[in-house]
Ligand binder design. Structure first.
Ligand SMILES: [Zn+2]
Length: 293
């Protein structure tokens, strides 16, 4: 099974999953349809379906256009707010596209209709993949916009953590560096966090994605999957795992990425020119200032 990782908008990912030996393909959160269709064409595959993780604009905005461009395309999701939805799916529902299999895993909290998709291929030895949208990120988890810590706890521990360890994690955003900086604040002595942060920064500098990780990796550095670790409990001052998760998410909401990159000389010159231009417009011509006096 081939997974094309396509970086779009500011920090989103959309994905194209293609059969290893066939021509069938499915897309996950294709928010920039023309880019997706270019890749579909280049790969010479047929796009059968769209899997939408949740209704937010940066994940679902492409559905209507795709429905127009690709007649008969099936659009899956678990929320009526998702545009051009043709098939509303439920927890544990299984779908099949050629040799590709999809199991829908309902994970309400970030939004009340959030669905993750577990994908594997018949007769293929590749590790399975989980498309986690804005529920689980590399080294982090999504915000609780429409749900509770109890729900996210269930999503993370009962629904996602019970998948095979080798499962590849493809999430909805590139937030890895910022997530790991927070993870380091939570667990300053976690060597895995430090190693992963150095690696993720290097990837970031090269403008390369940090996805996929694996579930096995996530258990080692993602604080949201390490709720019973002593350091994580100490950071939150709680021991009950739902309370630990609740405090962690609240702390992450407040966590700001420290300003790392100083402005370049060119940027400083540009800002200076801009401020001069602004002050001129605001002050007006000098002679008028003079007459005022
Ligand atoms: Zn979202």
């Amino acid at each position: 099974m081939k997974v094309k990782v396509i970086s779009i908008l500011e920090d989103n990912y959309m994905y194209l999953v293609i059969e290893e030996n066939g021509k069938k393909a499915i897309a996950v959160d294709p928010a920039v349809p023309h880019r997706l269709l270019d890749i579909v064409k280049r790969e010479g595959v047929t796009l059968d379906a769209v899997l939408t993780t949740h209704h937010h604009w940066d994940h679902a905005r492409g559905n209507e256009n795709l429905a127009k461009e690709v007649p008969g395309i099936q659009i899956y999701g678990a929320d009526d707010r998702i545009g051009a939805l043709t098939h509303k799916v439920v927890h544990k529902q299984e779908l099949k596209f050629g040799t590709l299999n999809v199991r829908c895993l309902f994970t309400p909290c970030h939004t009340s209709g959030h669905m993750c998709y577990f994908v594997w291929e018949d007769g293929c030895t590749d590790a399975p993949a989980i498309f986690t949208g804005d529920t689980l990120f590399v080294a982090g988890c999504g915000r609780f916009f429409e749900g509770t810590a109890q729900q996210m706890y269930k999503n993370l521990t009962e629904v996602l953590s019970t998948l095979p360890l080798e499962t590849k994690v493809f999430c909805g955003h590139e937030y890895t560096v910022k997530n790991l900086k927070f993870a380091l604040k939570v667990e300053p002595d976690n060597v895995k966090v430090k190693e992963m942060l150095a690696w993720a920064k290097a990837r970031d500098d090269d403008d390369k994605p940090t996805v996929p990780s694996t579930l096995e990796d996530e258990f080692q550095y993602n604080p949201f999957l390490r709720l019973s670790e002593e350091a994580v409990q100490k950071f939150t001052g709680k021991t009950d795992p739902v309370e630990v998760l609740s405090i962690l998410r609240a702390e992450k909401d407040k966590f700001k990425k420290p300003k790392e990159r100083l402005p370049t000389p060119a940027m400083l010159a540009f800002q200076w020119a801009l401020s001069m231009a602004n002050s001129e417009t605001l002050q007006g011509p000098t002679d008028r200032n003079m007459t005022k006096k």
